[in-house]
Design a protein around this ligand. Structure first.
Ligand SMILES: Nc1ncnc2c1ncn2[C@@H]1O[C@H](COP(=O)(O)OP(=O)(O)OP(=O)(O)O)[C@@H](O)[C@H]1O
Length: 678
């Protein structure tokens, strides 16, 4: 008996070979096969037509009229061994399923999903379809033996090979041709075994992925920073709990979404493009201040995604505050408050009252006053009395400090900013004073470049470390102090007027000791107690101390008490115990002969004496006298500008003083003592 003949109709010749092999696997050589690719075919000899195309298209291949052979449209299955290639694809990978027919492509998608690959996103595609899917975000093309149809530009292709004949079709063939095959159960077993294996591997791979993902997620959830991983296609593939709580979004709402839809504000575009890290950048997201670092991840040299780590700055500030509080114990704190400020004179009481009002506001303060009057005590007291008293008080003194040192002290420096820069960089005093007060002592000595930088901090409320690129927001109150006439310095171009006006929002002038002589006894008692000294003072000594000019103010008085407590042992201090310059009424370094010589160099001694005598006559007037009154009183007639020059010289040597607000000129004790010497 002749072998039955099957005519196999396929569009591609390769598919014929697949069908041929499948049929031989089951029926051996007991069936003769013909193909539309090998002509001629004698239709009258054909017992069965097996078609890979739908029956409506069969007529395109053969003259169907010429045969009575039954037509069987092949059901097709998948080569399970080749499915393993799909395990390497990540969750939500965008897959284009390429076939030569849209219906077949759709059927393949259904089958792959049915087999368990439903965690991948499939799009059916055939070259002649009317509405092809958007190819922009496609990661990979999957095809059954039709790699030549993959659209251009798509480089990653998985070829699962031609789809083989399904078991049901093989059974149909055997039924139609009444051609039994003995080892049918082996074939069935083989199929089932393959399906079971693929199912098991699929389950393992999904379970592994789930396991790894959930362990990683659990680890990331313990981190107190928002951590997000964006894969190289821009999809959010990890999103920890802190990220959700900072941004107020549920992780499920962002996972597997494209970053541009859910995390638009983070400059991810830039890192995707440049593959460069953006370290510690301040970003405003939903009205929050976030400190974010974006790091591109390179695995074996190829870009695999971006790790985004961010913190809410208020949280960062809280942490820094904790560190700062520890630092407070090591010196960034105040020693004085208003209670320690000795002095009950009217002028001191008024100054204290004003200082308390100033403390309640948060504006910048400029404290002026002669050296040693207690400007720093006031600055500390204001801080203590203010709402910032839980924060640090940081003092910096500009006297004799170089420009570069001042810059790195104030603003800190970034790691590697200069040779010898400390690893990790160093925080500047502005940063250390966060939420507290910074005291800029001797601001008149600050170099011009530093003045400009301080002005910038005051205006922008942020600092940048030397050599760094990150701006750090600072919330600091500035109290500045000086014993210099800043207005004079502005005129000479030595001090920036814009900084002066910015600092001078709340001016506070501390009176000199000479202006509050009634406080001297209290101050002496205070210093004696401090030094645990039992010294007492004779009335003559007390009188001398009251009439002395105290150019070094309270500091000089404190120095005297220290001196006396060392050299006078537990007894009454007599006049002769006093240092020479006090006995004589002159401060150290300013002997009358020296002053006389200096005045002689600057003009007519007689004129200076005349001026001092006129001022002495009017000494009782608290406010001093104006220049034109003084001009009229002089025995020699001189111009007002010459008088101004002479007064400036007398002022320079401490013989006269002028009030800040046009209060006129007054003679000092030193001036009075000098009259006899000139
Ligand atoms: N009212 C006061 N009560 C107690 N001690 C005071 C008072 N004023 C000043 N002192 C003491 O005098 C010294 C000088 O004070 P402080 O350093 O505050 O002066 P300053 O005006 O800031 O000086 P400078 O201009 O030189 O920086 C300090 O040792 C301080 O303890």
């Amino acid at each position: 008996m002749n072998n039955p003949v099957i005519l196999v109709l396929t569009k591609e010749i390769d598919l014929y070979y697949t069908f041929r092999d499948n049929i031989r696997e089951v029926f051996g050589n007991s069936i003769t096969l013909r193909s539309n690719h090998f002509l001629p075919v004698y239709l009258e000899d054909v017992d069965l037509i097996l078609s890979s195309v739908p029956d409506s298209l069969v007529k395109d291949f053969i003259n169907i009229e010429k045969t009575k052979a039954p037509l069987l449209v092949a059901n097709r299955s998948i080569d399970f061994k080749k499915l393993e290639k799909l395990f390497e694809l990540p969750r939500a990978a965008q897959c284009l399923l390429v076939s030569n027919d849209e219906a077949i492509a759709c059927e393949s998608v259904t089958m792959l999903k049915y087999l368990g690959f439903d965690y991948l996103d499939f799009y059916a595609y055939s070259p002649d379809m009317e509405n092809p899917p958007d190819l922009k975000n496609i990661d990979i093309a999957i095809t059954h033996g039709l790699a030549n149809l993959v659209p251009k530009g798509l480089e990653s292709v998985i070829d699962l090979g031609n789809r083989r004949l399904d078991l049901s079709t093989l059974f149909d063939i055997s039924k139609i041709l009444q051609h039994n095959f003995d080892h049918a159960h082996h074939i069935t077993m083989g199929y089932v075994k393959n399906v079971a294996r693929i199912g098991r591997e699929l389950a393992n791979s999904v379970r592994n992925e789930n396991y790894i993902n959930s362990s990683l997620q659990a680890v990331l959830n313990t981190v107190q920073e928002g951590v997000v991983f964006i894969d190289n296609e821009g999809r959010v593939s990890l999103f920890n709990e802190e990220a959700g709580s900072i941004l107020g979004i549920d992780s499920q709402a962002v996972l597997y979404k494209h970053y541009s839809d859910v995390l638009d504000e983070f400059q991810i575009d830039k890192v995707m493009e440049t593959k460069q890290q953006i370290p510690r950048q301040m970003i405003q997201v939903h009205g929050l201040n976030l400190l974010a670092t974006l790091t591109p991840i390179l695995q074996e040299g190829s870009f695999s995604g971006i790790v985004l780590v961010f913190q809410d700055v208020t949280h960062v500030e809280r942490m820094e505050q904790e560190i700062r509080n520890k630092k407070l114990q090591s010196g960034l704190t105040t020693k004085y408050s208003f209670e320690d400020n000795v002095g009950n004179s009217m002028i001191m009481m008024q100054t204290q009252q004003l200082a308390k009002k100033i403390a309640r506001s948060d504006y910048t303060v400029l404290i002026t006053g002669e050296s040693g009057t207690g400007k720093e005590i006031f600055a500390q007291s204001i801080h203590e009395y203010s709402s910032r008293n839980k924060g640090p008080f940081v003092a910096v003194n500009f006297a004799g400090i170089s420009e570069s040192l001042a810059e790195s002290e104030l603003f800190g420096y970034a790691e590697g900013a200069f040779t010898g820069a400390r690893k990790g960089g160093k925080a500047g005093l502005f940063e250390l004073a966060q939420n507290g007060t910074i005291f800029l002592d001797e601001i008149g000595d600050a170099p011009l470049k530093i003045q400009a930088a301080i002005l910038r901090v005051l205006q922008e409320k942020q600092v940048m470390r030397v050599g760094g690129s990150t701006v750090i927001p600072v919330n600091v109150r500035v109290i500045a102090a000086t014993n210099k006439q800043l207005e004079d310095m502005i005129r000479k171009g030595e001090f920036r007027d814009d900084l002066f006006y910015r600092l001078n929002q709340l001016p506070l002038r501390i009176p000199s000791l000479q202006e509050r002589k009634e406080d001297i006894p209290d101050l002496i008692t205070y210093f004696l107690k401090q030094k645990n000294s039992q010294l007492s003072f004779s009335p003559a000594v007390m009188e001398k101390l009251s009439s002395y000019r105290w150019p070094g103010n309270v500091r000089e008085l404190e120095g005297l008490i220290t001196y006396l407590s060392v050299i006078v042992n537990e007894r009454e201090v007599s006049f002769s115990d006093l240092p020479f310059q006090i006995q004589d009424g002159f401060p150290s370094n300013m002997h009358p002969d020296k002053i006389t010589r200096l005045l002689e160099h600057s003009g007519d001694l007689h004129l200076y004496k005349d001026i001092l005598e006129c001022l002495m006559v009017t000494q009782g007037e608290n406010a001093g006298i104006g220049r034109s009154t003084l001009q009229a009183m002089l025995s020699d007639k001189i111009s007002e500008s010459k008088l101004r020059t002479k007064l400036d010289i007398l002022k320079k040597y401490g013989l006269v003083e002028t009030g800040i607000k046009k209060q006129g000129t007054k003679i000092t004790n030193l001036g009075i003592n000098m009259i006899e010497h000139i």
